[in-house]
Design a protein around this ligand. Structure first.
Ligand SMILES: [Ca+2]
Ligand SMILES: [Ca+2]
Length: 275
């Protein structure tokens, strides 16, 4: 089994704060009982292993996002105290959580969440899974405007999943420590040509040219760097600013498409940091 230690490849010693990189860890179980459910996409097994579900990202409970409690409830109703089959990628994330799908009575929990509109497709590369059933489930929910697809933040092709406005240490010395993680929630690969992002004052920066596969995220860093555009690893894009962009106290990032339409917008407040 090949594990990708992205942090090592990137020459970046600090763990990714939102922990979406694969790292090696202890051996992984294939069957277990679900002992507790934290939120829609995070649970703990009877083995003590914490699991971050593959293929889906559900709304957060802290800070509370629309449909966060409903996502938790669906996951708990389907798997809590039940024997499940684990579909692992062989990796753990930066918090030591097992990255795994969960199958219960032949049903994939991630597909159930996507079908209910209680999460969006979310891939952590490398992942060679056939995505067709996941995309079909998401499109069914979107067409019916079910759950998250009825809310403002899920009307565009991109969704900001986390906003790291305050870089580790002095932001002026660590401009690329400021970043947003952004997911392609549309049903097809997305060409970012002409897209831009603005801060709360309206100052804006053009996205570099890139194609984002369905369900994949890219990290959009404030500073200068070489864009990482190969989709079998974490995509990394750079806005090229010499100075920090995002205000550590509070700010708002708004993405516009090539026609000037708002694609997504997310606020940052120092008193509500990312989980
Ligand atoms: Ca900042
Ligand atoms: Ca800082």
């Amino acid at each position: 089994m090949i594990l990708l230690v992205w942090a090592a490849l990137a020459g970046d010693a600090a763990p990714d704060p939102d922990a979406m990189s694969l790292v090696a860890g202890p051996p992984v179980p294939t069957e277990a009982v679900v002992a507790s459910v934290y939120d829609g996409d995070t649970l703990t097994l009877s083995t003590g292993d914490k699991v971050r579900l593959r293929w889906v990202n559900t709304p957060e409970l802290k800070p509370l996002e629309d449909y966060g409690p409903e996502a938790r409830e669906l996951t708990a109703s389907l798997v809590l105290q039940k024997q499940v089959h684990l579909l692992t990628s062989g990796g753990r994330d930066g918090y030591g959580r097992l990255l795994s799908g969960v199958e219960v009575e032949g049903k994939n929990l991630s597909i159930a969440l996507l079908e209910a509109g209680l999460g969006h497709l979310f891939l952590i590369p490398p992942d060679d899974t056939d995505l067709a059933p996941f995309i079909a489930a998401q499109e069914k929910a979107r067409a019916a405007r079910r759950g998250i697809w009825s809310t403002d933040r899920f009307q565009g092709a991109l969704h900001i999943t986390s906003f790291h406005a305050n870089a580790d240490g002095d932001d002026r010395e660590n401009v690329n420590g400021e970043y947003l993680r952004i997911c392609n929630i549309s049903p097809q690969p997305l060409d970012l040509a002409g897209y831009r992002i603005a801060d709360i004052s309206g100052k804006n920066w053009s996205f570099p040219e890139a194609i984002v596969p369905v369900g994949q995220t890219f990290k959009l860093h404030s500073g200068r760097g070489d864009n990482q555009l190969v989709p079998d690893a974490q995509l990394e894009l750079f806005l090229g600013s010499a100075d920090p962009i995002w205000n550590n106290g509070s700010d708002r990032a708004t993405i516009y498409d090539r026609y000037g339409r708002v694609v997504d917008s997310r606020e940052h407040h120092a008193d509500h940091p990312n989980p």
